[in-house]
Structures are given as structure tokens and as C-alpha cells.
Design a protein around this ligand. Structure first.
Ligand SMILES: NC(=O)c1ccc[n+]([C@@H]2O[C@H](COP(=O)([O-])OP(=O)(O)OC[C@H]3O[C@@H](n4cnc5c(N)ncnc54)[C@H](O)[C@@H]3O)[C@@H](O)[C@H]2O)c1
Length: 439
């Protein structure tokens, strides 16, 4: 079992920390956000992630998980230091590595012995080289600081389960000791381990996210086509998804991808391509289809409701996906803003993201305690993310609350027949009305 320091207590850092503690390691987390550290020291988790708060409390009580606002304290008995800080989009689409550089400097400056530096943040190829240069320039030359890349593939909303049951572990390193130690750390998970060089590991993460984003944009384009030629996207997804070469996952038509990863990672990879004089044709197309998807949803709503000026729309699901409070790059919020510019009145609900949404939408919308409350007097209900609770609504109650009768299923998650049985009209994304009558 190892002493592990984790730099960054966000979705990736905190989930990794709690899970590594669960595997028996002694983990200390450091974050530059003192409020976050204070909250964690009080036994609370500063964001919503299913199962995380219990795991954090359990591991803290067992003495395997600690939080500190001092980098030297985090590194005191550490054998490994994980970097799990944010890598937001910079002004021209590039990954902003400010926090990675800062963490690397802090690790080198405060290390009290040799350390394996493991980068878990999603970063462009060659960032591990940069981290290595920073660590070498700032660290005690008496200590060895091999640098490894260990990208993370967890998804918000199912992060703990994803970390504990990964499809694969990617270890990018050239240092034999770093490879052996990381293999040992992940061994209890029983997942296949891909040992590659650091550049390849960094590229694997970007390529994985770019591919997933491309699947989403592809199926959105096909769904938009289905709508105009009166074909049914569900049938298409089932028909092509059954092909083992294609697979069903991420063939999910809707409002497009959002969140803190896919949009920024595709943009960053496109930026890397441009920096090397390669035109990122596919990546640009993926982003461009995605940008159009909210406008397509607005057109869909207008086709159903007509002029939106002074009409009231209840919007359910503000986070970029269900089960999380993360509103970063949420297409739902872009949709709300687009509807507001058309003069609509908006009543919103989200199980976890109301506070975050308020920081962006301010007093321009009405915040409601439940979907039924949001529907009260509204002309239509738009389901804007894939929160499972929205698939199990009491449609008779929705119908009673609405003053109109339109349900816009912007993620194709509802059972159209159940909605229609309550006397409501149903409209999805590329779902054929012909098939819906039959179902
Ligand atoms: N969120 C996801 O689903 C996900 C999945 C896989 C990979 N990633 C990648 O992992 C990285 C982290 O993502 P996240 O969603 O956890 O970010 P986040 O914004 O939730 O958390 C980042 C944390 O790092 C802290 N931080 C910044 N500089 C620091 C420093 N010098 N030392 C210590 N802490 C510092 C911030 O205060 C913040 O708490 C990103 O590169 C992201 O692309 C994210």
C-alpha cells in the first residue's frame, strides 16, 4: 500500500482519492480552493456525485483519506503524486495548462523525497514532458521524479462505479519503477492494463473523447435527417447498433454533448492538429454539428408551439446530464437562453443543479421545486437532460399541471405511449410519429 498525494479535489481528484483509499492506500488530498478543503474536512462533498459522500466519510473515518490546504503536508509520506487539476479551454480552443504547471511546481518544491508524478488531468500530447521539465527545474536534484500519464475515463453521474470497474487502465511511462508501482496500485481492479509511452497515453484520452463526441454528433445529424424524411431514429439506432462493429453506446440523439470534457477536449485536439498544420476536418465537423443541435431543438419546439413570445415553457434538467450538478457547457442552459431570447417565459427544475443554474440564469427564469411545479400553468414541458427521474413522471399529473399539452422530449428518453395516454402530445428528436402511433 502506498502513500498517495492528490492535487485537485474536483470530480476526478476526489473520486480517485476516495477509491484509492478504498483500495487501502493512505491518500491525502490538496486543493488550492480552501473552501473546498474546509467543506471536505467537515465531512461534506462540495458537489453531487452518487455514492461519493458515503465513500469519502467511510475512508476518512478509517484514517485512509485526509484533506489539507498545505501541499507539503499532502506530500509528506507520499510515494505517488497525482495531478487531477482542471484543464479548461483557453482563448483559442487550446487546453489551458496553468493549473497543471502550477501543480507540477508545487509538487517539486514541496516534495520531501523521491516521487512518481502521475498526470490524470486530460492534457495535450507532450504535457508530461512539460511536467517533467518543471519538476526537474524546481525539485531537489537528489530526488528522482519520474513522470507518468494515467488518463481517467470516469463519467460524472457514475464516477465511483466507473473508477472501480474500468474497461481498461492506461499507463503511459518509460520509467520501469513507475510502471510497476502503477500496475500494483490498479491491480485489485482486475482491468486490462495498457502500458504505452506517455505521448500515446495522452493521445488515447483525447482520441477516446473525440470518438465519443463524434458518435453523438453523427447520430444527431442522422436524427435530424430522420425528422425530415419521416424515418424513425430509434429503429435506426437499434438497426445499426446491433452491428458489433458500431455498437449502441453514445448513439444518443438529443441536445448534443456538453459538460467539462467532450467540448473542451475535441476543441483542444483540433487545436493540436492546427498547431501541426493538419486540418482537423472530422473534429471541426463534430463541434459544428454539436453547436447546431440546440438551434435544431428550438426549431422543433417552435414547430410544435408556434411563436414562443409570451408562451411559458417548463424546462426539466439543467445539468449537462442527469445525476450530476455540473452545468459546465450544459446544452440545457444554452437552450433556456435561446428560448428566453424568443420572449418565452421559462420555469426550470433540476434535482441537483439549481444553485449552479441560478449563478448563470439569475432572475431571468422561475426556479421550481419539482417538475410538476415547473409545469404549473406552462404551455409545454421540455425534458432537457437524461435524468432517470424524468422518465418515470406521473403524466396525468403533468397533464393536470400544464395549461397546454405539449411534451418535448429533447433526449428521446421518454415512453411516447405513456405520455400520449395522458392526453399530451409527444415530440422527440427524429422519432417517427408513425411508429409512435403503432407502439
Ligand atoms: N469531470 C470528468 O468527468 C472528467 C473525466 C475524465 C477526465 N477529466 C479531466 O480531469 C481533470 C480534472 O477535471 P475535474 O472535472 O475533476 O475538474 P474540477 O474543475 O472539478 O476540479 C479541479 C480542481 O483542481 C483544483 N486546482 C486547481 N489548481 C490546483 C493546484 N495547483 N493544486 C491543487 N489543486 C488545484 C481546483 O481548485 C479544483 O478543485 C481535467 O483535465 C478533466 O478534463 C474529467
Amino acid at each position: 500500500m502506498y502513500g498517495i498525494a492528490i492535487f485537485g479535489c474536483g470530480y476526478v481528484g476526489l473520486v480517485s482519492a476516495a477509491c484509492l483509499a478504498h483500495l487501502g492506500h493512505a491518500v491525502t488530498c490538496y486543493d488550492t480552493d480552501f473552501t473546498k478543503i474546509h467543506t471536505l474536512q467537515q465531512g461534506s462533498v462540495p458537489f453531487h456525485e452518487p455514492g461519493l459522500e458515503n465513500l469519502v466519510r467511510e475512508q476518512a473515518a478509517a484514517g485512509r483519506l485526509r484533506f489539507t490546504a498545505r501541499p507539503d503536508e499532502a506530500l509528506r509520506d507520499a510515494r505517488l503524486a497525482f495531478i487531477a487539476v482542471g484543464t479548461p479551454t483557453g482563448p483559442t480552443g487550446e487546453a489551458d495548462l496553468t493549473y497543471v504547471r502550477q501543480a507540477a511546481r508545487e509538487i517539486a518544491t514541496h516534495a520531501s523525497g523521491a516521487l512518481i508524478v502521475v498526470n490524470k488531468s486530460t492534457v495535450p500530447v507532450e504535457t508530461a514532458d512539460l511536467v517533467e521539465r518543471i519538476v526537474r527545474a524546481n525539485g531537489d536534484p537528489a530526488f528522482r521524479f519520474p513522470v507518468a500519464s494515467n488518463p481517467e475515463f470516469l463519467r460524472e453521474g457514475s464516477a465511483v462505479g466507473d473508477f472501480m470497474h474500468p474497461d481498461r487502465i492506461v499507463i503511459g511511462a518509460s520509467d520501469a519503477e513507475a510502471i510497476d508501482v502503477l500496475k500494483e496500485v490498479y491491480e485489485p481492479l482486475g482491468a486490462p492494463v495498457h502500458v504505452v509511452d506517455v505521448h500515446t497515453a495522452e493521445m488515447i484520452k483525447y482520441a477516446a473523447n473525440a470518438f465519443l463526441a463524434t458518435k453523438i454528433s453523427f447520430i444527431n445529424e442522422v436524427a435530424n435527417l430522420c425528422a425530415v424524411v419521416d424515418a424513425d431514429i430509434d429503429g435506426v439506432v437499434a438497426g445499426i447498433g446491433a452491428d458489433a462493429r458500431i455498437g449502441r453506446t453514445y448513439l444518443e440523439p438529443g441536445l448534443g454533448f456538453g459538460g467539462s470534457c467532450l467540448p473542451k477536449d475535441v476543441a483542444a485536439l483540433a487545436n493540436v492538429a492546427r498547431a501541426h498544420a493538419i486540418e482537423p476536418t472530422m473534429l471541426d465537423a463534430t463541434l459544428s454539428v454539436n453547436r447546431r443541435q440546440v438551434a435544431a431543438a428550438v426549431r422543433n419546439i417552435e414547430e410544435c408551439m408556434g411563436d414562443l413570445c409570451d408562451r411559458t415553457v417548463a424546462v426539466a434538467g439543467l445539468a449537462f446530464k442527469g445525476g450530476t450538478d455540473d452545468i459546465r457547457e450544459s446544452p440545457s442552459l444554452t437552450l433556456v437562453e435561446a428560448l428566453l431570447t424568443r420572449g418565452a417565459q421559462i420555469r426550470v427544475h433540476d434535482a441537483y443543479a439549481m444553485r449552479g443554474a441560478r449563478s448563470r440564469l439569475r432572475e431571468r427564469v422561475t426556479y421550481c421545486r419539482s417538475v410538476y411545479d415547473a409545469c404549473d400553468g406552462a404551455d409545454a414541458l421540455a425534458i432537457a437532460n437524461d435524468d432517470r427521474a424524468y422518465t418515470q413522471l406521473d403524466w396525468a399529473r403533468v397533464a393536470a399541471a400544464l395549461s397546454g399539452n405539449a411534451v418535448m422530449d429533447l433526449r428521446n428518453r421518454l415512453d411516447p405511449a405513456a405520455v400520449r395516454r395522458a392526453g399530451l402530445t409527444y415530440r422527440g428528436v427524429g422519432r417517427s410519429p408513425k411508429r409512435l402511433v403503432a407502439s
